[in-house]
Design a protein around this ligand. Structure first.
Ligand SMILES: *Cc1c(COP(=O)(O)O)cnc(C)c1O
Length: 391
């Protein structure tokens, strides 16, 4: 799965370095001489931008904050609509709510990402942004989504929280639309404990997000910070050098994480390829997949339940489907949607029927970086046994 498997000596040394070399300056700005001119957050921002090939990157306190900042910078206002997909972490919808906009939910298709056909049906004259999510490191059908977005002249903002380093047709996820975000929370590809990164090629979008993330500071190079200029107010979503230091060490491990996940996922797929009563999730770019999770469908909701129970009996847990579906499927979020007249008192799972059918039949297997061949074989055996039980 993620960078947390590999948190160790390098991250510890990188953090100690703040005290050994920079006199413990934890703030991302200023005190240049005391810190020996070492700026870890800034350095991390530059390295991540280089890695994904974007012009600008902003490292903030969480992926959720990065989503909110992106929406603010894209000019989303109360009363606007933002379209995202039914299968995502709840944070995507929370960011939309935070800027006062209305979350509009498109169905997922067999990729378990945004269904481009349903996306088009959900567009209205209030739609301001489209947020496809690359769930579990598998790219959404970006060609089709971008085509619909361009036809209606609406910016695409990628929630690549789970997909740092994953690609779509040779391009890093997060860089295919107007802007993108990555999360660095504890469950993601690499981690700084908490953290998020906004990437974009648009200088004015970056500037707006930067200012909002730091009380409106324009980071005007011609004046000291205390006299910094401002043209609007913001909030505080800054990170400290602690996250910067950990991020720098983690980023060096990104290629290794991706390579191991992809190899381990392929091995498991090969071992279970003859099981004929499961159907793999569709993947718009097998090679670009981060390799984080293997998801497949069984015949029915009931069978998915028995399947997960059988895995559990053998000591194996699932990843989000079905175990944490309540945090990842809009169909369960009555506490969010009950304020809108069209959803009030309704069974949301009946509204997003296509998503319900797919997600309720899905089993997600976590792929670990540190899985050895014996563990992969044990997983394959447990999957085989569970699939036999539901025949
Ligand atoms: C993790 C996640 C987020 C939010 O990131 P945080 O860093 O935890 O705030 C947003 N969207 C998706 C799809 C995620 O998985």
């Amino acid at each position: 799965m993620p960078g947390w498997e590999l948190l160790g000596k390098e991250e510890k040394e990188s953090v100690c370095d703040i005290f050994d070399k920079s006199n413990g300056v934890l703030y991302r700005y200023g005190l240049d001489a005391l810190r020996q001119n070492i700026f870890r957050v800034k350095d991390f921002e530059q390295k991540i931008a280089e890695k994904v090939g974007s012009k600008y990157s902003l490292f903030v306190s969480s992926g959720t904050a990065a989503l909110k900042l992106g929406l603010i910078a894209l000019g989303v206002k109360p009363g606007d609509e933002v379209i995202t997909q039914s299968f995502t972490f709840i944070a995507t919808v929370e960011a939309i709510l935070e800027v006062g906009a209305k979350p509009v939910i498109a169905e997922v298709d067999k990729t378990l990402n945004m269904d481009p056909k349903d996306l088009e049906k959900k567009i209205t004259d209030k739609t301001k942004v489209i947020i496809p999510v690359h769930m579990a490191g598998v790219p959404a059908s970006m060609d089709e989504i971008i085509k619909v977005a361009e036809k209606h002249n609406i910016p695409v903002f990628e929630d690549s929280a789970q997909a740092l380093g994953a690609m779509y047709k040779g391009k890093p996820l997060g860089t295919l639309g107007k802007a993108g975000i990555y999360s660095l929370d504890i469950g993601k590809v690499i981690t700084t404990g908490e953290g998020g990164v906004l990437v974009t090629d648009d200088g004015s979008l970056y500037k707006k997000a930067l200012e909002y993330s730091d009380h409106g500071h324009e980071c005007n190079p011609s004046v000291p910070r205390g006299e910094d200029t401002r043209s609007s107010w913001g909030f505080n979503y800054k990170v400290t050098e602690l996250q910067g230091a950990v991020g720098l060490a983690q980023l060096k491990k990104l290629d290794y994480v991706l390579e191991k996940q992809r190899t381990n996922k392929q091995k498991l797929k090969d071992m279970i390829k003859d099981i004929d009563n499961i159907e793999l999730r569709e993947n718009p770019d097998e090679e670009g997949d981060a390799g984080d999770t293997l998801i497949f469908f069984v015949e029915s909701k009931e069978k998915a339940k028995s399947f997960a129970e059988s895995l559990k009996e053998n000591g194996f847990g699932t990843k989000n489907l079905p175990d944490a579906i309540d945090w990842h499927y809009a169909g369960t979020w009555t506490h969010i949607f009950n304020v809108y007249p069209e959803y009030e008192g309704k069974n949301l799972e009946e509204i997003w029927k296509q998503s319900t059918d797919l997600l309720r039949r899905a089993i997600a297997i976590p792929i670990m970086v540190n899985m050895d061949d014996t563990q992969i074989e044990d997983w394959a055996k447990a999957i085989k046994e569970a699939s036999d039980k539901i025949r």
